[in-house]
Design a protein around this ligand. Structure first.
Ligand SMILES: Nc1ncnc2c1ncn2[C@@H]1O[C@H](COP(=O)(O)OP(=O)(O)OP(=O)(O)O)[C@@H](O)[C@H]1O
Length: 440
């Protein structure tokens, strides 16, 4: 089968609403072939528009020359071209390669709205390397399943139409039609694990077993099917076990151990958190057996795992941020307030909070900023009443220091969307309704 036929077959995976193809064009062999085939395909399928994007990392001396080369190649094919320049700043212990990749995808994501598809030049050799690197790390099924041919990306989709073709096939095609491309010198350095696999391991394997890439690709596809099956099971279990925004411990523990692990991994992915490692997973399962809630708090880059009232929560890093200054709210001009602690307070008509008079100033404070006089509204029990009120609100403890207390001038009128002071009640639906979202 020709490269173009395989490319066209992959394009059939696109939803019918896709009309815009965005080519991630690095200037290397793979994406140069991708550029060519995309152009040939679009000529035959004019419902698609094309655009090429080059991400300029600025990491190598020749980065500017690469950008220029890419622009010329795109012009040659009359494909609209854009360059995205990055300024990569590394924090300690971050890998340059990983940060560059993350920022590259973030830059590309901006171009992928609904109806758009990002095309990348990944091929079968890349797939093999990804699989081997996952094996080296001791990854689970998800890691070994390497790269899917398509996945949701930003508001659209990411497709790898060359994934079934080998690098040798791409090179033969590029030479035959006399394409020009850039060879990145860093691809030769055996210091990188990927290059070691590419230059030392794969040639040995394909010399002994010429079909190696095709057959190992089949195994990867079977692993991908197994991943889908695991996800389907996790989805069913999730429906059973999900409580509030978390997982009910009682329901979780009713599952077999492997299903618990499968569900927890799925749950992390649903919240867009990186998968927990094998050791972290063990720890989560151990901690969820603990007798008291207080013991469970595990830190992850995205936030913390917490336990409250027999439910496990993944608490976003932003929701652990408490500090916040008092704010004066321009009530008449703004119906939504993004607070510095990452939460959001908004109001709409149709609630039971009496609106402020035009001369009243609306202020927002937080629990730690309340003064003695603010508690007066709560009668003799003051501070303790507020504590009790928040406990009764069922609001998770980590949100209680973050909930906004709303004042008209100096008088407390409401606490988030949980409580309206008696004197400021009006007939149902005649007043305002406050809405507080812990993560805005
Ligand atoms: N600088 C870039 N600008 C635009 N697209 C790029 C750039 N670098 C890579 N790509 C896209 O990504 C594809 C894979 O490139 P490469 O194998 O170098 O990526 P990688 O660093 O291994 O990361 P990953 O495999 O996670 O995408 C390329 O074929 C191209 O489509």
């Amino acid at each position: 089968m020709s490269l173009l036929s395989r490319f066209s077959q992959a394009m059939e995976l696109l939803p019918s609403a896709t009309t815009r193809l965005v080519i991630a064009y690095s200037g290397g062999l793979d994406s140069r072939v991708l550029l060519q085939l995309s152009k040939e395909y679009v000529v035959k399928h004019p419902r698609f528009t094309l655009q090429a994007i080059h991400v300029h990392h600025g990491l190598q001396e020749s980065a500017d020359a690469w950008l220029e080369h890419c622009q010329q190649q795109a012009e040659l094919l009359a494909i609209p071209f854009v360059a995205e320049k990055l300024e990569i700043a590394l924090k300690s212990r971050q890998s340059l390669e990983a940060v560059a990749r993350e920022q590259r995808y973030a830059a590309l994501a901006k171009y992928i709205g609904a109806g758009s598809c990002l095309l990348t030049g990944h091929h079968a050799d890349d797939q093999f390397e990804t699989f081997m690197l996952a094996l080296k790390r001791g990854s689970g099924l998800q890691g070994l399943a390497a790269m899917p041919q398509s996945r949701v990306f930003s508001q659209g989709i990411l497709l790898r139409p060359l994934l079934q073709s080998t690098r040798a096939e791409l090179e033969a095609f590029a030479k035959q039609v006399k394409l020009s491309w850039i060879d990145d010198p860093s691809n030769l350095s055996l210091d990188f694990d990927r290059n070691f696999l590419r230059h030392q391991i794969l040639p040995e394997l394909t010399q002994r077993w010429p079909q190696w890439l095709t057959t190992s690709q089949r195994s990867v596809q079977l692993l991908q099917e197994a991943v889908s099956l695991h996800d389907e099971l996790a989805e069913l279990d999730y429906r059973q076990v999900a409580r509030q925004q978390g997982l009910s411990l009682r329901e979780l523990q009713g599952l077999s151990l492997v299903r618990q692990k499968n569900l927890i991994r799925y749950w992390f992915a649903q919240q867009a958190w990186a998968y927990p490692s094998h050791a972290q997973l063990q720890q989560i399962l151990q901690q969820s057996q603990a007798k008291s809630d207080a013991k469970v708090a595990m830190a992850f880059p995205e936030g913390e795992l917490r336990r409250y009232k027999e439910v496990l929560y993944l608490v976003d890093r932003r929701a652990l941020q408490c500090s916040c200054q008092e704010v004066v709210w321009l009530w008449q001009t703004q119906n939504c307030l993004h607070l510095a602690n990452g939460s959001r307070l908004s109001w709409q008509k149709g609630g039971n909070l009496l609106p402020p008079s035009p001369t009243q100033q609306v202020r927002v404070k937080f629990r730690d900023q309340l003064e003695q006089k603010d508690f007066a509204a709560f009668g003799r029990l003051g501070r303790r009443s507020i504590k009790k009120l928040l406990q009764e609100s069922e609001l998770e403890p980590w949100h209680r220091a973050r909930i906004p207390f709303v004042f008209y001038d100096d008088t407390l009128v409401a606490i988030g969307d949980y409580y309206v002071q008696r004197e400021f009640h009006c007939a149902e639906q005649q007043g305002l309704s406050l809405v507080w979202s812990p993560i805005g």
